[in-house]
Design a protein around this ligand. Sequence first.
Ligand SMILES: [Zn+2]
Length: 381
Amino acid sequence: MKLQHLYDTIKNNSLSGRYITLSDLFPILEKLSATCAMTVEGHSVLGANLYSVRWGSGPNKILAWSQMHGNESTTTKALFDLFAFLDSPGNLKAAVDSFLEKNTLLVLPMLNPDGAETYTRENANQIDLNRDAKKRSQPESQVLRSVFERFKPDLCLNLHDQRTIYGLPGPKSATLSFLAPAANKKRSLTASRKQSMQYIATIAATLSEGLAGHIGRYDDTFNEYCVGDTFQRLGVPTILFEAGHYPNDYQREETRKYVFFAFLALFQISVTTNLDYRAYFDIPENNKMYRDVVLRNALVSNNERPISLAIQYKEELHQETLRWVPYLDALGPDLPLIGHKEIDIAGQQILINSHENVFVNEEIVTLTYKNGGSIEDFLSF
Ligand SMILES: [Zn+2]
């Protein structure tokens, strides 16, 4: 893919991994302020600045916000790649100039800096900002709404991460999932919703070469408390992006690249095709079939027959460093789950934390064969 070369030249390497805070963004924002318009739109519960970054001056207005869930940083990294690219578009300069003439892009790259700092989904008042669209009880929700009302966007991009549990037929992990949120309980195909579907179909078709089978769509049950559903109800085409798992990429650096490619496709910088909105329904729906590790053919406690055990990591912040801590998630003889990593125990008895009885939701500190020896690599990725 020739975009790969372009990406290698513009990727913002000062941002990496999953734990991205406002202090990581700040030096980059300061440099960017020389080339694009930067504004403090308001403040978080704990008083952190809520920045917006504006590119272009065209009549079509695009509003994007990332990290409204503080621990969902992949799309933030991709946005800063996009900013670097807009600043230095290489041989795509003509396409970028055309984009910036036709569009104004206004981005809130970190809507929940307090949650980003503590690596939590919620803000400092433990409120999920993506369930606060109706009450708007939080300062971050009020800022997003006031920017929306003042800017009057023609398109909204609601940027998130999804967990590693999401999969697609194949089976494949759901690396990128999208949703054209419903505008009402009937999930009618309103004009703005069709527009969102058409954009998503175009992105999916453009990315299908490098990411075949890894692109999904989300359940479209209407939720009046969600921001995307609310903006769609107000008649503005809105796209939910969910950055997910790419094989062996727990830092989401590959996924980040595909989010960037998705932006280029959406902005018609890397493609010129336009699909009919109906192509949206050809994108497979996400399922929840994946877990991080599945052990097969393991004997536990007094069972006579081997079973499968599913292990799921929880991302936990310890002294500024993110750790992937394994927990026993589920077990059974016919477990309908697939592991990003699968380990065959070959019928041997295992011990979790040195005991024979195993408990769902327990943290796994050690995982060993009863007759000695640790189970290799169960924690590596
Ligand atoms: Zn989210």
